[in-house]
Design a protein around this ligand. Structure first.
Ligand code: ZN
Length: 369
């Protein structure tokens, strides 16, 4: 494959060991104990199948043959130290070497959990680096564990290392990018990414999320950055039950104007699919066509796009949402029909609820500095 072919391609980064991450005894997001009986097929909803099935689907449809399918090295200590303090990394590694455990909130890991998390961050780092260098037009990193909730010294919400922040800082250290925008459409607030870049004007962070779904006390529209970062953090908390039209209005009225004004060298999508109408731990009404349209919109702003996989807990639907994003990124004609598209379209908010949601988006737009 020569460079000319390469730089028109979409790259897809994955690693089998990322599917081996896990641990803990939970009934969905509640730890088992007391009167909470373990689920027979349960455990955390953050399970390998949603991600593995996306990889399987692109192979079953043949889309994988149009992509550059690649792996990556683990993010190294220097990469991790740009975001995380040494004492956190040492504690995490020591517990991982002892067989695993829990360091934060809902972030259990098993033996080798540290190395798997470093691999997940490495997938995002390589995707960002390769696209920044022009090796590929755009890329998708099937990272697991996810990263957008992780604070420098406190893992939470299934996230053990701040994958996207690690990747951006590595690319900045290598002088490959200047201005990067993160568009986080995972249904939960990207509190970790927000925290890490809160006082920075060279990384624009935007999060569209279900209002107070997780964390319950972050993600307000009033949190817009501080110091020179004021105006470079955008929160779009939407009410439960928001659907396709509301997401597109949030993109058109808030996200796209912010991106146009910022003029990023690269957009990194915190690409969670838990705003799906059938996600078990959130309450939104998006379909695969919503993620497709949002991808299309971002491609009008910036050529260099990296989607880093975050949440999304429907084994059925995540693969079709991911396939739709990859179809757009790669401009492929290979289509995977979404088996619940009709069901989701007939469940969209009625006129009255839609008017209410549209009002909220308009109010959020006017609340921004
Ligand atoms: Zn999420």
């Amino acid at each position: 494959m020569n460079e000319v072919t390469n730089n028109k391609k979409t790259a897809f980064y994955w690693d089998e060991t990322c599917f081996w991450h896990g641990g803990g005894n939970y009934a969905t997001v509640i730890p088992v104990g007391g009167f909470v009986q373990p689920l027979v097929a349960g455990g955390l909803p953050e399970a390998p199948e949603t991600k593995r099935r996306l990889k399987n689907l692109i192979e079953a449809t043949g889309l994988s043959s149009e992509l550059a399918i690649l792996g990556a090295c683990k993010a190294n200590t220097e990469d991790l130290l740009r975001i995380h303090p040494m004492n956190y990394l040492k504690t995490f590694k020591a517990l991982s070497d002892k067989g695993g455990g829990e360091l934060g909130l809902r972030t259990p890991f098993g033996p080798g959990g540290f190395e798997i998390a470093a691999k997940s961050a490495g997938l995002v780092k390589r995707a960002v680096t390769d696209v920044a260098q022009g090796r590929f037009r755009n890329a998708y990193a099937l990272s697991r564990p996810p990263g957008h909730h992780c604070l420098p010294d406190w893992p939470n919400g299934f996230c053990l290392l701040a994958n996207i922040a690690i990747a951006i800082e590595a690319a900045k250290a290598a002088k490959l990018v200047n201005r990067v925008a993160v568009v986080d459409w995972d249904v939960h607030h990207g509190n970790g990414t927000e925290h890490i870049f809160y006082d920075r004007d060279d990384v624009l962070t935007i999060s569209i999320h279900q209002d107070r779904c997780y964390p319950h006390d972050t993600g307000s529209v009033d949190c817009q950055g501080e110091g020179k970062g004021l105006g470079y953090n955008v929160n779009i908390p939407l009410p439960a039950g928001s659907g396709h039209q509301t997401y597109l209005e949030a993109m058109q009225k808030i996200v796209l104007p912010k991106l146009r004004a910022f003029e990023p060298d690269m957009i990194v999508i915190a690409c969670g699919f838990d705003a799906s109408a059938v996600d078990p731990i959130a309450r939104m009404l998006c379909g695969s066509h919503t993620f497709r349209e949002m991808t299309r919109m971002l491609m009008t702003i910036c050529e260099k796009i990296v989607a880093a996989h975050e949440g999304g807990y429907s084994e059925l639907h995540v693969p079709f949402c991911g396939h739709a994003v990859l179809e757009e990124l790669s401009n492929s004609k290979i289509h995977a029909p979404d088996p619940i598209h009709h069901r989701i379209t007939v469940q969209q908010p009625d006129e009255r609820n839609q008017a209410h949601q549209s009002d909220i988006v308009r109010d959020l737009a006017t609340a921004l500095v």
